[in-house]
Design a protein around this ligand. Structure first.
Ligand SMILES: [Zn+2]
Length: 339
């Protein structure tokens, strides 16, 4: 039976979530609760969770709101709660594996320093995994608006935590600032230390930013990368190297990268042989979780059961999950596809 895919099927499809940010994955109720406790006054947009008021954000407004939400996270217990709830939400969405992206410099001032902050995140991830059964691993991300030396320091710290749940090294924040070449040394340190390179590119900037990121940072995956669809040669380069794009449809629409969900170029990328994995990026701000991205593929792109199974398979094979965990998940996706 390979007919209609119901909403329940979208949840039961086994998947991995490979592009989710720490603050951006907070439950709205937790944001409100923590803000009350910390005595933080939130911007009105963050208090109101009525989806009808959500509009295209644009990057500067998005960044202001993200920073506002981040301000409620104060203590190690706040981070433990947050990461535990994220893992619970993954399990409820049928996700078995989460690679959570964290830029520790944005939180270090609350927790002491970057090393202490990373310790807090690693221990929270391990506790969340034990409690929920969802594998939780961390991608430590450098902030591209900060100087490259800071990224190099962060890469050395990330490598020290490679045995404690850190699997990747990322590069986030406003893509229009900080050219990829400046961060080549940081990414070399991370790769030499056994971490996978997972920078953002090709979201706010075009296909050329993806080409330069491939050349400079040797990524295993690209955060977003959707604008690679503007250039056949760049897509061929991703396909040849087996570099997956972490496509986040709701995020693309909210930030004005795509005119609507149907315009997110997932079909174009897949037709060119580029592996695509679906992710939610920042559900707190975009009002759209992991299952919603699969729903968009079904409803706005006309993706079939086989197509959705292919996307879920890619999320397993392009994750850092151990081979036995991936094999079990792939077998279960086969079962799901048979219906
Ligand atoms: Zn992102």
């Amino acid at each position: 039976m390979t007919g209609e895919v119901t909403d329940a099927d979208l949840i039961s499809l086994p998947k991995a979530h490979l592009h989710l940010h720490l603050t951006g994955g907070m439950r709205h109720a937790t944001l409100i609760d923590l803000a009350d406790r910390a005595g933080v006054q939130l911007p009105p947009r963050l208090v109101d969770d009525d989806p009808d008021t959500w509009q295209i954000l644009g990057w500067p407004r998005f960044q202001r709101l993200y920073d506002g939400a981040r301000g409620v996270l104060r203590t190690p217990e706040d981070f433990q709660r947050l990461i535990y709830e994220m893992a619970e939400d993954e399990r409820a969405a049928g996700s078995r594996w989460l690679e959570l992206q964290i830029a520790p410099t944005g939180y270090a001032v609350r927790l002491g320093d970057v090393v202490t902050a990373t310790e807090v995140f690693c221990s929270a991830a391990a506790a969340a995994e034990t409690a929920t059964g969802v594998g939780v691993r961390l991608i430590i991300a450098a902030n591209r608006t900060r100087p490259p030396w800071e990224a190099e320091l962060l890469a050395r710290i990330a490598v020290r935590f490679a045995a404690h749940g850190v699997v990747g090294f990322g590069l986030s924040n406003d893509e229009r600032r900080g050219i990829p070449e400046e961060f080549a040394k940081a990414f070399r340190i991370a790769r030499d230390g056994g971490l996978a390179a997972m920078p953002h590119a090709g979201e706010l900037l075009g296909a050329d930013s993806v080409a330069r990121t491939i050349a400079a940072l040797a990524p295993a995956r690209i955060g977003h990368g959707v604008r690679a669809a503007e250039d056949a040669d760049v897509m061929a380069s991703l396909a040849e190297r087996g570099i997956a794009c972490e496509v986040c449809p709701a995020s693309n629409v909210a930030l004005g990268v795509a005119a609507g969900l149907a315009a997110v170029p997932i079909r174009t990328l897949e037709a060119a042989g580029v592996p695509v994995v679906l992710a939610a990026d920042d559900p707190l701000l975009f009002g759209s979780g992991l299952v919603d991205q699969y729903r968009a593929a079904r409803d706005d792109l006309g993706y079939t059961r086989a197509d959705l199974a292919r996307l879920a398979r890619a999320s397993a094979t392009h994750s850092t999950m151990p081979a036995d965990v991936a094999a079990a998940m792939l077998a279960d996706i086969d079962g799901w596809e048979r219906g």
